[in-house]
Design a protein around this ligand. Structure first.
Ligand SMILES: [Zn+2]
Length: 304
């Protein structure tokens, strides 16, 4: 069984253009000194094509089948305050995801996104999405400009506690078109302390700022880490060292497989990402630990 706990619909309505452009600008800045003929606009064109070609999730589903991924979690980010000129209306975005959920029963879960600085309607919309539409979690993107322990989020966490659903939040650096001010793992500490019955998944944090994140996962029962973005650790040849540290800490039961489709599409297909992960992790994890990471931890978390 393989469950991908971290994906997004590849659509410009879900991943807005300024977000993609920031990533492209950084790739350009890192390559321009050593690569001749590289052009910022070509990189940006390629990236925006990679991230906006599959609004119906047909290609994602085909890739899941090839990779042996039974289920993927689609995460919604509320970019409406950060990129007000281009961000899709949040209700429309929720409806787009509900359509995918209904169209491919059993293949997807959806986590609803919210920006707690939203003036009206956010709480009602979030609760409706959980109660009536079967959304299974809350997705937060603190680099939009708020801490995950911002008290304006507490009413949302009350709903998560009432419906027994987790919160998945971005951790670490992101597109340079956003602030990195709220990216540190320990920012979740107050909320995780105040809401001990709500489980918090630090996205990317099994390999990004992993030391601080792992300490939280080791000492707080309600902190989990996802592995999306692990190809960075592979590239830096630190993957096995980090994973074996997690194993020594005894937190393999807190780690969730995820790919962040389509963000890491340049690193390969879903099948390639699953194989890369399984091959490298296979040197550290035994068979039952591998099963935990690849899906059992997620199912336990969502009580499936
Ligand atoms: Zn993501």
């Amino acid at each position: 069984m393989t469950i991908d706990c971290h994906t997004h619909i590849a659509s410009a309505r879900v991943i807005p253009a300024p977000f993609v452009k920031g990533i492209g600008d950084n790739i350009y800045a890192n390559a321009v000194a050593t690569q001749e003929n590289i052009k910022a606009e070509n990189i940006n064109m390629l990236l925006s094509r990679l991230m906006s070609f599959d609004e119906d999730c047909e290609l994602l589903l085909a890739e899941m089948d090839k990779a042996g991924i039974e289920k993927s979690v689609l995460l919604i980010v509320d970019f409406s305050i950060t990129f007000p000129d281009v961000a899709e209306d949040l209700e429309t975005l929720y409806a787009l995801h509900k359509r995918i959920l209904d169209r491919y029963p059993g293949r997807f879960e959806v986590f609803a996104g919210i920006d707690p600085r939203r003036k009206t309607g956010g709480l009602e919309l979030f609760e409706k999405s959980v109660r009536d539409w079967g959304f299974k979690g809350l997705k937060l993107y603190p680099p939009c400009g708020y801490s995950p322990s911002d008290e304006r989020l507490y009413p949302y966490y009350e709903i998560c506690a009432a419906y027994d659903i987790p919160v998945l939040l971005h951790t670490g650096p992101t597109s340079p078109s956003m602030s990195f001010a709220f990216s540190a793992p320990e920012l979740i500490n107050d909320a995780a302390h105040q809401f001990p019955t709500v489980n918090f998944i630090l996205a990317h944090a099994a390999f990004m700022m992993h030391e601080q994140a792992a300490i939280l996962a080791e000492y707080r029962p309600n902190i989990y880490l996802d592995v999306s973005g692990f190809t960075n650790a592979l590239r830096m040849e630190r993957f096995e060292t980090i994973l074996s540290e997690h194993k020594k800490r005894g937190i393999i039961h807190k780690i969730l497989f995820g790919t962040d489709w389509p963000i890491h599409k340049l690193s390969g297909s879903q099948q390639t990402l699953v194989e890369l992960f399984r091959n490298a992790a296979g040197n550290i994890l035994n068979e039952s630990e591998m099963k935990l990471v690849m899906g059992e931890n997620f199912n336990r978390l969502l009580k499936m």
